[in-house]
Structures are given as C-alpha cells and as structure tokens.
Design a protein around this ligand. Structure first.
Ligand code: HSE
Length: 306
C-alpha cells in the first residue's frame, strides 16, 4: 500500500486566468494498492464515488492504459481535507493523486513532464493540476496537449486566508458565465498584471499585489455568482490585505496577507458573523513548496519518485 499526499491549489491568482496557480498546505491523503476489483472508501465521512466513476480511480486507470499495462482494479482509501467544488483544486487533487499513485505502483514509467501533461489533459487546464504536482507557484501554458511550465518555490512569510463559502460552484457553471470574446484593452490589462504577480511575490514587492490581482477576464463575471463576494473583498482590503482574488473558479475568496498579521483571520470571521455567514469557513494557509509526495504506509519516504 502506498500513500499519496496531494496539496490543495489556488488557481488564477487574479489576472493569471488559466495560467497561474499555487499550492497550499491543505492536503488530501490517498492510500492505494493494486486489487482485483474496485474497493473505494473515505475515512472522514465525506461522500465519494465508490465505483469506477471515482476520479482517482479513473485517473489511475488512464495511466495504466497510457503505459499499456494490464489493469485489474485498485483499492483506494481517501482522506479528504480539501473542500469539494469550492475553487481549491479538489478535482485536480484526485487526478494528480490517481496518476502519481498509478505511476508509483508501475515503477515510475512516466516522467514528471508526462504527468504534468496527462494531468492537464484530464482536467482541461493546467493551472491547478501543475501546482498540485509540483508545489510552489507555477506558471503553466497549455500548447496543444503539452504544458510549458515553470515552478518557483516561495520562501516568504505571507499568509493566505481562504474564505470558503458554504455553497458549491461548479467550474463548468463558472466558465459558462464568461464571455466568448474580450476587448484588446481588457486582454492587455490582464497580461501586464499576470506578469507582475509572480515576480512581485517572489521578490517581496507586496505593494504590487493589489494591482497584480485585478482582472477583467473572469472575476467581474464570477463575482455575480458568489453572494457577498464584494463585501468580503472590501473588508479584506479594509483589514490591509495585500490582495484578494477569487480562488480558481470560486466560490472561495483568497486574501494574501502579512505573515505576522494574527488578527486578520479572526477579524474576518467576526465580520462574516455580522453578515450571518456562520456556515462559511476560514482557513489560514501558507504556500506548499513540496507538491505531491509519495510514502509507503509504513512511513518510508519515496519522495525521490517525483
Ligand atoms: N482556471 C480555471 C478556471 C481554474 O478559472 O476556470 C478551475 O479549474
């Protein structure tokens, strides 16, 4: 039995629609072994598909098929800490977990680049799957079926405060809300900001972040799908956040704040209380630089497989 640990991810980072993403220290854990049939369960009470429709299972099976290896089934035990359909990369975690698990079980026939490409092919865009695999902050461009990527580890004291609504928003719906075409002006607005984001984060120019997360390609359209998003944005900036953006396709809203700011999350929680949003959750996170790791269940670290 092997154990795969996959981080949650936060994609887009405002202006970097479908191209920027980072991993955070909130993890799903998947135990996996080859098995004659399908045995799937979750240890945390979360409902998961227990048939061949399960995304971890399907992704693992796809890797076996890609490698031309016979596939008889899997035993999978899931521990889900990443909230589902909230814009924190829960689907990507399933895809990446399934692929990395299957690759490990087969003795690692696929390279890291192969895994990046295959994960993106299953998911449809690379900005969640790639940081889930690699950790850090990732710039990823999908050209045909190949992902051109750069991962940069982030060593700073920033805190990421995720405000997680008590409702789901499917990526499909959130993508349907986007226009078919945008103006040249809007495209230029985003290009310059997406380019500014990673460099500012990595070089500690945090005063740039507020401008860098501004976006005209998706957030204005998606804000309408997320009740109270405007208020949370305003409150986060009133509490001196460096930047706030919709995480992935939403509905989670992510604030980037000073690492020493212990008051930010409790104050925001209090504010949510004044709006009677008691079912919303707040997670205080940091960037994960490790990406997906593999261990055997006895605890031997197999990290070198990645
Ligand atoms: N870039 C994607 C989107 C992330 O915003 O739709 C969700 O997978």
């Amino acid at each position: 039995m092997i154990r795969i640990r996959v981080p949650a991810t936060s994609a887009n980072l405002g202006a970097g629609f479908d191209s920027l993403g980072l991993a955070v220290n909130l993890y799903n854990v998947i135990d996996m072994e080859e098995y004659d049939g399908v045995s799937i369960c979750s240890t945390d009470g979360t409902w998961v598909p227990t048939t061949k429709e399960n995304l971890i299972y399907q992704s693992a099976e796809r890797l076996f098929l890609e490698c031309g290896k016979p596939f008889s089934g899997l035993r999978i035990v899931q521990q889900n800490n990443i909230p589902m359909t909230r814009g924190l990369g829960s689907s990507s975690a399933c895809i990446v977990g399934g692929l990395v698990g299957a690759n490990t079980l087969l003795g690692n026939p696929l390279s890291l680049d192969d895994l990046v490409n295959l994960a993106s092919d299953i998911e449809g865009h690379p900005d969640n799957t790639t940081p889930a695999l690699l950790g850090g902050i990732v710039t990823a461009v999908l050209e045909g079926k190949r992902v051109y990527w750069v991962k940069q580890a982030v060593h700073n004291a920033l805190r990421l405060v995720a405000v997680i609504p008590d409702f789901k928003l499917s990526t499909e719906l959130a993508r349907k809300a986007l226009p078919e075409q945008v103006s040249h002006l809007d495209a230029r607005y985003n290009l310059s900001r997406a380019a500014l984001f990673s460099a500012s984060l990595l070089q500690g120019k945090y005063e740039n972040i507020r401008i860098a997360v501004e976006d005209k390609l998706h957030q204005p359209y998606r804000m309408k799908l997320i009740d109270h998003a405007d208020e949370v944005f305003s409150q986060a900036y009133a509490q001196n956040a460096y930047g706030v953006y919709i995480s992935g396709a939403g509905p989670t809203l992510m604030a980037i704040v000073d690492g020493a700011d212990d008051r930010f999350a409790p104050q925001l929680r209090e504010y949510l209380g004044t709006l009677s949003l008691d079912g919303w959750k707040i997670e205080e996170l940091v960037i994960d630089n490790d990406g997906t790791t593999v261990h055997n269940v006895e605890g031997t670290d197999n990290r070198e497989v990645l």
